[in-house]
Ligand binder design. Structure first.
Ligand SMILES: *Cc1c(COP(=O)(O)O)cnc(C)c1O
Length: 343
């Protein structure tokens, strides 16, 4: 059975075109710099993000941790939102790999507050103080919100004033750019390095990129080796990544439209409350009614629909390439059936 899978956009399988490109990809040993397909992907990624160079890595987590590892020295402090992926969902890697200290600050629904960032920067030399090594941003935020450029302008000015570099976790930067109706490079220009995923809404099976200035990427290339990320004939994977960048960015708008359509349909249930603005491909909602969550998830599963359990009562449905309007109609129909039977 083909499931309708609303758990995440990471569940997207490669398209037929990607599979064909992978099968016939020209490859070489990328640790020697000999893989033409990886080289092409890296060049393309750098161009699209408006940076000098890029590096292909296995995952978004890898790209973020490699950024920390390359920007910082052990014992440095990293200023970062307390609800960011690097803090919440990377298994404490920053402490293990880079030996940095994460100085987490509360965000305004995903945006760092410029005044707070400035306050937290270590401004003087003191034997008690760690050095502020990096500021981390995230866009789109994992709550589905897109951070606006006015905020980045302010953070950039502060970072320059104190000469602290910025890393942007742009796992879904193309969703953010689509929402803002701008090129991703317009967001990337506020950061010294950017990571982004090929394997989410862009449908590639594996891979992320870290982009930045040439010197930074050269340094990161060695650190990638230390982390065990020096892949050999990685062109097999990069081939799908090239299609992701050339063909899949421009259709993300459709996923966003479908998310809005889904949210609208959900609002027809008078006990459902949408709890975040729908800006990208995610719908967050609460079900304000007595029901057995486990039973509900199981019922949908038995009807060919996969969802994640709620996070503290909040469900997240994610649209992507393999979710069409008719799938959403089907999900709504099954939910109607389920909740009608409960009465
Ligand atoms: C998915 C995601 C990552 C990590 O990507 P993986 O490839 O799953 O390791 C990093 N940051 C954000 C904001 C993400 O959504």
């Amino acid at each position: 059975m083909e499931f309708i899978d609303l758990r995440s956009d990471t569940v997207t399988k490669p398209t037929d075109e990607m599979r064909r490109a992978m099968a016939y990809a020209e490859v070489g040993d990328d640790v020697y710099g000999d893989d033409p397909t990886v080289n092409k992907l890296e060049k393309l990624a750098a161009e699209i993000l408006g940076k000098e160079a890029a590096l292909f890595v296995p995952s978004g987590t890898f790209a973020n941790q490699l950024a920390l590892f390359t920007h910082c020295n052990r014992g440095d402090e990293v200023i970062i939102g307390d609800d960011y992926h690097i803090v919440q969902h990377e298994a404490g890697a920053a402490g293990i790999i880079s030996g940095v200290q994460l100085r987490t600050i509360e965000t305004d629904r995903g945006a760092l507050i410029p005044e707070v960032v400035e306050k937290k920067i270590r401004k003087v030399e003191d034997i008690h103080y760690p050095k502020t090594g990096l500021i981390c941003l995230e866009n789109a935020h994992s709550n589905g919100r897109v951070i606006k450029l006015e905020n980045y302008e302010k953070i950039r000015n502060i970072a320059e004033k104190y000469k602290v570099p910025i890393h942007l976790d742009g796992a879904r930067i193309f969703n953010a750019a689509t929402f803002l109706k701008i090129q991703a490079s317009e967001i990337a220009k506020y950061a010294d390095s950017v990571s982004f995923c090929l394997s989410k809404g862009l449908c590639a099976p594996v891979g992320s990129l870290l982009v930045g200035e040439k010197e930074f990427i050269e340094k990161a290339r060695k650190k990638r080796k230390i982390m065990g990320g020096g892949l050999r004939q990685a062109g097999i994977l990069a081939a799908a990544g090239i299609i992701a960048l050339e063909k899949m960015i421009f259709r993300l708008e459709e996923d966003h439209e479908n998310a809005k359509y889904l949210a609208q349909k959900l609002l027809n249930f008078d006990f459902i409350e949408i709890v975040e603005d729908v800006e990208i491909n995610m719908v967050f909602f609460k079900i304000n009614k007595q029901f057995e969550e486990e039973d509900f998830v199981k019922y949908l599963f038995e009807n060919g629909i996969k969802i994640n359990p709620s996070d503290d009562g909040i469900f997240r449905f994610v649209t992507h390439y393999w979710i069409k309007k008719k799938d959403i109609d089907y999900v709504i129909e099954k939910m109607e059936k389920y909740f009608t039977a409960q009465q």
